[in-house]
Design a binder for this molecule. Structure first.
Ligand code: SF4
Length: 470
């Protein structure tokens, strides 16, 4: 099909999708996926859309319920903005731009940037990965604005905002307003959310809010400070009333792994209006390492099995950043799929790898993404043939040590070197322990004849049946 004809078809498909969005019926959801296929020529994207269609057509699968929940939460205008930014912008137009840049640059720009514009925060949570940065740097608007413009040009249309606390960054709304074609995911501790702020997010429409919560009141307040849980409950109410799309996120530690991976916890989050649950393992990278907080191998596997079960039984989108390694062929750092710009402007391979060779105040984004550090990391990926052991930091710490030595990367805050220089043997021991269990799971559930599969799924029925819906 000629390029112009395809462009016309894409416009027609986009218009047809917008017409269907107000009418949420089972048939229309399936029709949307057929139209979605018209919007892309990327085989990976098309496979993803087809996979969604299969789930929508599977009797009793919760995918349908999730779509209906998302569309039901948004106003008519909110649905259109979500489609235009997240689906059309990120998945299709952004992918097309990245295709073009891949030919020019010799590497494919990632699809996601994580930006921490400020380290100021009204809380001081235990184990926070930012504690080591000491003073509280903040990026000026001209830097963050320019960075987002460069993202637009490169097709990086999905921007995650972390902190510090993004709601104390004075230019947050300005950035969202000035870059309406980008889709933002804003992580917040929730305690500063007000009806007015929620209303502004709803009006902007190019944003999903993710509120951090570590379990019930006891777990959450122990991690984030007394009274936090109550404020988070208010934030949920306010976001729901304003018809803002939101999800929840938990730092998983040895102390809350069972709680946050349980069905009662997930059910509560769904009742409170969460559309997505994100799991991040506690990683001791802030220069104040507390190894006792790291999940045990058994807890990490419990989380994996619970997540698989939740995906099959509950209408909520779930991401488990380490255990989902098999779906993305391992580590995604170094701009393979994403990278992090911290509040000093350092361009870090990922949120947890506190090393850099470039600062965005001195380099263009294109230059930073093509740095010797990022190139070296991409050349080393995957760091392990077992994608359940994806990580350079906790699963393959020798890789991180080698990356630092070979590229001369500097640590981005005092104490960031601790796990490499003071405690390397503890990191090696942790990696080895998880390795024993992970290798067994990989053999038994994932790798039989499918080790090279591009789109990876655990064998049907594997492990899931052992999970109790607690
Ligand atoms: S280094 Fe670890 S934490 Fe960072 S992207 Fe890779 S797997 Fe994730």
């Amino acid at each position: 099909m000629g390029k112009n004809l395809k462009a016309i078809s894409v416009q027609q498909a986009a218009r047809a999708i917008i017409r269907l969005l107000p009418m949420i019926s089972d048939n229309n959801l399936v029709r949307l996926t057929h139209l979605g296929e018209w919007l892309s020529h990327d085989p990976e994207m098309i496979r993803g859309v087809q996979k969604v269609r299969t789930l929508l057509e599977t009797p009793g699968h919760p995918a349908k319920g999730l779509f209906k929940r998302v569309l039901g939460q948004l106003s008519a205008e909110g649905r259109i903005k979500l489609f235009e930014t997240l689906f059309n912008g990120v998945l299709f137009q952004g992918a097309s731009l990245r295709d073009d840049w891949e030919k020019k640059l010799g590497f494919r720009p990632p699809c996601i940037m994580i930006l921490s514009p400020t380290l100021h925060c009204n809380l001081r949570c235990r184990g926070c990965y930012t504690l080591g940065y000491g003073t509280k740097p903040e990026l000026p608007l001209e830097v963050t604005d320019r960075l987002l413009t460069e993202c637009e040009e490169l097709g990086i249309h999905f921007i995650t905002i972390l902190g510090g606390e993004p709601l104390v960054y004075p230019h947050l709304y300005t950035l969202l307003e000035r870059h309406p074609s980008l889709f933002f995911q804003v992580y917040t501790n929730g305690t500063l959310m007000t009806p007015e702020k929620a209303r502004r997010f709803a009006e902007l429409g190019n944003v999903v809010i993710v509120v951090s919560i570590e379990g019930d009141e006891a777990e959450t307040d122990a991690w984030r400070g007394k009274g936090t849980y109550g404020k988070i409950m208010k934030a949920f109410e306010v976001l729901q009333q304003a018809r803002v799309l939101f999800g929840t996120s938990a730092t998983v530690t040895s102390q809350n792994a069972e709680m946050v991976s349980s069905f009662p916890f997930i059910d509560r989050m769904i009742t409170l209006g969460s559309m997505a649950q994100m799991y991040f393992l506690y990683i001791p990278v802030n220069g104040q390492a507390d190894f006792s907080l790291m999940v045990t191998p058994e807890q990490r596997d419990l989380l994996r099995r619970q997540v698989l079960a939740v995906r099959d039984h509950r209408p909520i989108f779930v991401i488990d950043f380490w255990n989902d390694g098999p779906y993305v062929d391992g580590c995604i750092a170094g701009a393979r799929r994403y990278f992090h710009v911290n509040a000093q402007g350092d361009v870090e391979p990922c949120v947890y790898t506190h090393i850099a060779v470039d600062n965005i105040k001195e380099k263009t984004l294109k230059e930073a993404l093509d740095s010797p550090l990022f190139r070296h990391i991409r050349a080393c990926q995957p760091h392990n043939p077992n994608h359940l052991r994806p990580c350079m930091i906790i699963d393959n710490p020798q890789v991180m040590r080698e990356v630092i030595e070979k590229t001369g990367a500097r640590f981005t805050h005092p104490g960031a070197e601790e796990i490499f220089t003071v405690h390397p043997e503890k990191m090696d021991a942790y990696a080895a322990q998880w390795g024993i269990l992970a290798d067994r799971i990989w053999r038994e559930e994932y790798s039989e004849g499918r080790a090279d599969a591009e789109y990876f799924e655990p064998r049907a029925g594997a492990s899931i049946h052992h999970v109790t819906m607690r």
